[in-house]
Ligand binder design. Sequence first.
Ligand code: FAD
Ligand code: SIN
Length: 538
Amino acid sequence: MKYSKYSTIIIGSGIAGLYAALKIEQQAKLPDGILLITKSKLGESNSRYAQGGMVGVLKENKNDSTSSHISDTIKAGAGLSEFNTVKFISENSDKVIKDLLKFGVEFDRDENGELTFTLEAAHSVNRVLHSGGDATGKMIEKALCQKVSENHNIDIYEQTVAVELLVNAKDECKGVLVFNDLTKEYETLYSPVVILATGGIGQLYKYTTNPSGATGDGLALAYNAGAVMQDMEFVQFHPTALAIDGEENRFLISEAVRGEGAKLVDADGVEFMQKYDDRLELAPRDIVTRANFNEMMINHTDNVYLNATCINTQKLQERFPNIYHKCFENGIDMAHDFIPVAPAAHYFMGGVKTNIEGQSSIKGLYAIGEVSSTGLHGGNRLASNSLLECVVCAYEVADFLKNQPLNAPKQIDEDIKSIIDRYTEDIESDEYDVKYLREKLQDIMWTYVGILRDEKSLITGLEKIDELSAIFPRTSKCLSKAEYEFRNMLTVARLVANCALRRKESRGAHYRIDFPNTEEHTTHSCLNKKEGDLCFVK
Ligand code: FAD
Ligand code: SIN
């Protein structure tokens, strides 16, 4: 098997991974270089699809303050956000956003050249920076991808899937094993620093706003390596994905459209949010999602509608050019027609438990961005806080590493050789219909581990996940990227369902029909893999 060594390896080329690569290259001493790996093309990620924007608590926004942002984040987080993490991220947003501007990232400005801030649900003031109207993620990615591609000190592997972390018996991560999906070759990559920036899990669900690569790979890798995972039951469903028949990967209709005044209505055009929350359309996302879902159930419909006709055509076209275009392509003129919308899996609040510098419970293994769980989002993420967390944590991991010795390990540990050996052996070449199995799993998660859960549904979900595992028994080496993704999806699905079963209360995005109240003294759920099975830890 091919072998290479690096001072730092970053897995994932969304905004967290790209920005971390640039900052580490800028500051750290890298005797053995830096490598950025992505399983698709550079920049293909959830980040690319971000619409609404990025929170920026900027000094020049006189209406805003970190105390107000901290308070909004904590309220939305349903009692599970960590105060110190929230404070740190809020207080560092000004510094990090100014740094992004230096890397060529542009945010929308008014006619005087001043940055413009929009409003999104559960924010008490306009504080969300946006770019290209409703193409924030794409614009940031474009700028960062260009800088990474021009930087000759950053090696890039595309179409390369990280398949297993190389962790020794002392719980030290020494590198990662990767699989090239084009050549079907494996490579051992050795490094004292492995940073997971692998994003979320939306593809575990039948309906999602996430692109096809959001299969929870980094979570499965970290769990299998023994890392402590946190709050795995907290899946955020976005209330307003475009509900077009036959489309399961759903285009997002940004919350910013509601921020500009659009209303949720039923098929007769009757507004209903007043039945659910005083904050109406701008209540926290979990509340709006359940309201939409409830309306769909009582009216036996597949969607509700978003009425944006109160916003004038020119504003819609300028502020939301991509949403306007996508609706138009589907025969909906959002200036005159209602937009059919329904909830879809959107974001994962759980993840690899880390501190603000991305350090996990395993030495040498870091996680940043959506794959991590820093305690910022608690039980329900406040809109546009994710991109902010990605960049603050990428900045901090780089700041931490600048003082660390980053020489690649000289030799391979014996206990790691046994991991590598598993991937050099031939395995039975049974062909699995992974597309079919993946769809089955997505159905199971949507039906039994979805927006509303109870003990019966979760136990059924777990039994059905076990049935799929029996059909697809691969837990280590696989034959293709699609198989690796499905292997990882099964692992993460089981963790989500088990944690949801264990949390006997409703909190934020985790809603138990059989336990509708929020308990006073509950906290994070943490687990790791012990003796081959999941084990809840304090
Ligand atoms: P991602 O951007 O998802 O990147 C993950 C990377 O890891 C990809 O490059 C992927 O190919 C790679 N990868 C994964 N597994 C492997 C593997 N095994 N081997 C190699 N590479 C791997 N958040 C906001 O704050 N504001 C918004 O306006 C907003 N809008 C959104 C709109 C949509 C439609 C979606 C889907 C999300 C939105 N979010 C928004 C959430 C936000 O975009 C994501 O949480 C954030 O971009 C995650 O960034 P990331 O760098 O952690 O991961
Ligand atoms: C949106 O634009 O509605 C998504 C914002 C987010 O997920 O933070």
